[in-house]
Design a protein around this ligand. Structure first.
Ligand code: FAD
Ligand code: NAP
Length: 600
């Protein structure tokens, strides 16, 4: 039978398959000669469970079934097992479900009475999005959220990392720092005000935290309005379908659900050196710190370190960043170094190729005085420095170790605690899913967690088949000169396609707003990487300049639509803006041409 080409034919086949799934307790799509299929069929025979077996090699349009199953489940191989309308997977998954007891639960699905249709563990970006969507689709949903205090005792409300100790306070404090630059520029534009301008940490901290408080409240109201049962308790599996929830007074309550979604996020990692937990802070403490941190050492060189170091320096503090190896690992290094150079030129000190080995308190206080001893990563050199605050920003650990995942049989990557899932965010246990920062090899970004959560709920309860697209995710690092990117770094593109198959267009530029104050001439930079083998399609977008998030968002949409260089050239720019540079890029890197920009 030839492949079905037309939509009507495909739709007809899809509804035929869906009907099979909907009207049979167990359906096994199989091939008569396949030993794995035989294993699964034998299992059901042994369990005395009647199943509807469709032998794809014995029916006329078996290959079309297989293509459609791929579209519906992301799985083309056989056996492909469904129980009570739930996609279980292949032989391994079915056997695993049998071993951990979840197969029996699924088989009893119609009769088993659970407290909830869905329990979501973690009320952060992903968990809230997912629980609200599932409730909107008519399901009985519970979400549990609990914040374990930091070693300094800092804690916060509902909403997870982004709202309380991530994107929101970070961007507001970045904005505070940007206002300092704006004030300096303002004088050049004719504004006159007293020479002495100073910043009050407490005013900023209180204003930012008041806003966060309003968001925490808004989330609680939204959950209540949508009939999601919110419980402020720490959840832990005790069986595949049952959790224990412990509240802050230690009271334990037990809940069961047909399905679970894990969305427990990550927490900052410590260095594991003497004095780190006693004397240092992390981003979890910084945004609500009750005093101005003073002279600060930031340890780490990725998003969190550079952003926090950047805004602290922008507030006028003496900031040093200790870099173990390179800036912004994984990002385009040409761009990362340009962002770093700009920070260096604006007074931020970098200690490169050193790691702290000890932190001692010289004097208690708010802030106190700390002595940091650090060791070179290349030689035996040891250096010492004195700071008021040490901010550790060396990465984040997935909150999966105390979740009782072994009780549910969930496979975790033992190296980093991350959870592997298939392209439908399903773990190895069919009724348990995971989203957000705890996922292995996925972006750790708020909009990614939200999108994955929403789409997952729609697939589970709304009949949708749309999956989260983790490719070409736009992102921005809010360094003092912001860096936005989408798609591949130059290094990765070269690795994948070979330098000879790429054309890199680039230009320095000078935003009009910087000209009158006369600052940062030819510091901003635009670069696109095009694939010559594919019609000069843009596979990497990089922008270092003001409002990088706003600029990159739009080009992110263009890249989702597979924009080419020719289409960018055919786009009329908006003048005078920074983003228009992408409509007029002419100089290729390979030509070695001059990329400084003279005027408009
Ligand atoms: P989270 O939002 O972390 O939520 C998980 C929740 O689960 C937490 O409230 C946690 O306390 C709770 N929890 C954990 N275990 C349990 C349990 N057993 N029981 C009950 N509750 C539990 N992303 C961006 O897109 N843009 C940015 O500008 C940005 N800036 C950031 C700045 C900083 C300083 C940091 C640290 C992160 C930033 N991020 C940013 C990343 C973003 O915050 C995360 O990607 C996002 O919050 C992940 O959402 P999540 O739902 O996976 O987890
Ligand atoms: P990260 O990206 O994992 O980077 C960790 C940094 O710490 C690296 O520079 C690493 O250096 C360094 N490091 C690790 N161990 C160290 C040690 N023992 N001593 C010294 N340095 C050490 O972590 P992150 O900055 O915490 O960011 C976590 C995630 O949050 C990011 O992936 C991002 O998705 C998200 N986030 C997003 C935004 C945003 O969207 N603007 C902002 C903040 C965070 P090496 O390179 O040498 O390993």
């Amino acid at each position: 039978m030839p492949p079905i080409e037309n939509d009507a034919g495909k739709n007809e086949l899809k509804s035929r398959i869906q009907q099979l799934i909907d009207t049979n307790r167990v359906v096994v799509f199989s091939k008569s000669y396949c030993p794995y299929c035989l294993e699964v069929k034998d299992l059901f025979k042994e369990l005395k469970v009647e199943c509807n077996v469709v032998e794809l090699d014995l029916i006329e349009d078996g290959s079309n079934y297989q293509e459609m199953l791929l579209e519906m489940t992301g799985q083309k191989t056989v056996p492909n097992v469904f129980i009570n309308k739930t996609h279980v997977g292949g032989c391994d998954r079915t056997m695993q479900a049998h071993n951990d007891g979840s197969l029996q639960q699924l088989l009893n699905g119609g009769n088993e009475v659970y407290d909830y249709d869905l329990i979501v563990i973690g009320g952060g970006s992903g968990g809230l999005a997912c629980s609200k969507e599932a409730a909107l689709l008519g399901k009985k949903v519970m979400v549990l959220d609990y914040v374990v205090p930091t070693p300094k005792g800092t804690t916060w409300g509902l909403g997870g990392t982004c709202v309380n100790v991530g994107c929101i306070p970070k961007k507001l404090m970045h904005q505070t720092a940007m206002l300092s630059t704006a004030m300096q520029d303002a004088r050049k534009f004719g504004w006159e005000f007293d020479e002495k301008v100073k910043h009050n940490w407490d005013t900023m901290k209180t204003a930012v935290n008041n806003y966060i408080g309003s968001l925490n409240w808004g989330y609680r109201v939204a959950l209540r309005d949508k009939n999601v049962n919110y419980v402020n308790a720490y959840a832990e599996f005790i069986e595949p379908h049952k959790i224990k929830a412990a509240n802050k007074r230690g009271k334990e309550t037990f809940y069961t659900a047909a399905k679970f979604i894990l969305a427990t996020g990550e927490r900052p990692r410590y260095l594991g050196i003497p004095g780190d937990k006693e004397h240092c802070i992390t981003s979890d403490d910084l945004f609500s710190l009750p005093y101005c941190p003073g002279k600060t050492l930031v340890v780490g060189a990725s998003y969190v370190a550079l952003e926090c170091g950047g805004f602290l320096a922008g507030l006028g503090l003496d900031v040093t960043i200790m870099v173990r190896s390179i800036l912004l690992r994984g990002f385009d290094q040409d761009m990362a170094n340009r962002a770093g150079k700009h920070m260096e030129e604006h007074g931020i000190k970098f200690i490169r190729k050193y790691v702290p080995i000890k932190v001692e308190e010289l004097e208690a206080g708010s802030p106190g005085r700390l002595k940091v001893t650090a060791k070179s990563t290349e030689t035996d050199d040891i250096i010492e420095g004195e700071y008021n605050t040490v901010l550790i920003a060396v990465g984040r650990d997935a909150c999966t170790d105390k979740l009782g995942l072994d009780k549910a049989g969930i496979i975790v990557n033992p190296k980093n605690g991350k959870i592997p899932v298939n392209d439908e965010e399903q773990t190895n246990i069919p009724h348990i899913y995971a989203i957000g920062d705890i996922l292995q090899d996925k972006w750790e970004l708020t909009p990614v967690a939200i999108q994955a959560g929403k789409l997952l709920a729609r697939r589970l309860y709304g009949g949708s088949t749309l999956k989260c697209d983790y490719i070409n995710v736009p992102t921005t690092v809010f360094t003092p000169m912001e860096y936005g990117s989408c798609g591949l770094s130059e290094e990765r593109a070269t690795e994948l396609y070979g330098q000879e198959n790429l054309e890199v267009y680039h230009s320095l530029f000078w935003p009009l707003e910087f000209t009158v104050p006369g600052r940062d001439n030819n510091t901003c930079y635009a670069k696109i990487i095009c694939n010559k083998l594919d019609n000069d399609r843009v596979i990497g977008f990089h922008y270092l300049g003001p409002n990088a998030g706003e600029v990159t968002q739009g080009f992110g949409a263009a890249m989702k639509c597979r924009v080419t260089k020719e289409q960018l050239d055919g786009t009329i720019g908006i003048h005078p803006t920074c983003a228009e540079i992408f409509t007029t890029l002419e100089v290729t890197k390979s030509s070695g041409g001059d990329v400084t920009q003279a005027g408009c």
